[in-house]
Design a protein around this ligand. Structure first.
Ligand code: GTP
Ligand code: MG
Ligand code: ZN
Length: 295
């Protein structure tokens, strides 16, 4: 029997089977590492439960890691939707990190600029995204208050795919989910204010399906950090696609593009082809990575 993990609470998982029914599932012993989006092989136990025997090979896995711990976001993701909003202000640093995470895991990223109905602050938010637009990242402007327009823009992009909504708290991830998948009825911040449950509204990652468009979409809790300590030098470089055309000009085949003489990337910065801000970000991420003494 096979299925797909749609939620995870510690060692308890909800798995959706091929016939559309769901099972509360668990892993044998202390085995963990199962995450939302995983396809698993399981053995049914009674009418409602199942035991996960094996995680089937993953197409990819998006995760973050820092000194303290690493955390899996989701597996088998075709499209990473990084959600930012006109208000509250989003962090460019976190946005850049999410992009690096996606590119290094071979996941296509797009940016959703939400709450464009907040007209006063809209130009400023748009201007802050220009550097990302210049990288060739698709930016889709939406408002959950304009549901039809949102669906027209997003459904063609999300059909036949598994997409992950990722972003800081209060950017509107669950509100977007609710427009796309009405049965989800995910709690949004308005509910948490009403219930007095605080700032982070969504507390668990959860996958929803819209069968008529063969669309799977994963809502996740707002993130406040996106450590990339697990990446190798090559993977970090993969996260800065605008460096690629210039790397061919580096004098040394193992150039780290930090301080080497004859570095094509540093040359491109000097000639204004690469943003110095992006290079600073590259340097910061590299310094966090495993074995910084190498550089
Ligand atoms: N004006 C406006 N408000 C919006 C829009 N989308 C969402 N909101 C509001 O923004 C607040 C946060 O929305 P949520 O959907 O809960 O945000 P979230 O990203 O899921 O937040 P976490 O679950 O904490 O990560 C809520 O009060 C929403 O009603 C929009 O397009 N325009
Ligand atoms: Mg939410
Ligand atoms: Zn170089």
């Amino acid at each position: 029997m096979q299925g797909r993990v749609i939620t995870a609470y510690g060692r308890h998982f909800t798995v959706k089977l091929e016939d559309g029914s769901t099972r509360q599932s668990f892993t044998k012993g202390k085995k963990t590492g199962v995450c939302v989006g995983d396809y698993v092989r399981l053995v049914l136990q009674g009418q409602e439960e199942a035991r996960i025997e094996e995680v089937l090979p993953r197409q990819n896995l998006l995760y973050r890691s820092d000194e303290m711990r690493s955390k899996q976001f989701a597996a088998n993701v075709d499209l990473l939707c990084i959600v930012v909003a006109v208000q509250p202000t989003f962090s460019e640093d976190l946005l850049s990190r999410a992009l690096v995470g996606a590119w290094s895991a071979n996941i296509e990223p797009i940016i959703l600029l939400n709450k464009i109905d907040l007209q006063q602050d809209y130009p400023h938010a748009k201007a802050r995204l220009a550097v990302f637009a210049n990288l060739g990242v698709k930016i889709i402007e939406i408002s959950t208050l304009q549901a039809n327009d949102l669906k027209q823009k997003l459904i063609p992009l999300l059909s036949h795919k598994t997409s992950l909504l990722l972003g800081q708290s209060a950017m509107g991830k669950s509100s977007i989910l609710n427009v796309l998948v009405p049965y989800a009825q995910a709690h949004t911040q308005e509910h948490s204010i009403a219930l007095g449950t605080g700032k982070h509204t969504t507390t668990t990652t959860c996958l929803y399906e819209l069968p008529e468009h063969q669309l799977s979409i994963i809502d996740s809790p707002g993130f406040q950090s996106f450590g990339l300590k697990h990446l190798s030098l090559q993977e970090v470089i993969q996260g800065f696609p605008e460096f690629l055309p210039y790397i061919d000009y580096c004098r040394f085949y193992n150039c780290t593009h930090l301080h080497e003489p004859g570095c094509g990337v540093l040359q491109a910065i000097a000639e204004n082809h690469i943003s110095p801000k992006r290079h600073e970000m590259y340097e910061r991420i590299l310094m966090e990575c495993t074995a910084p003494e190498k550089y």
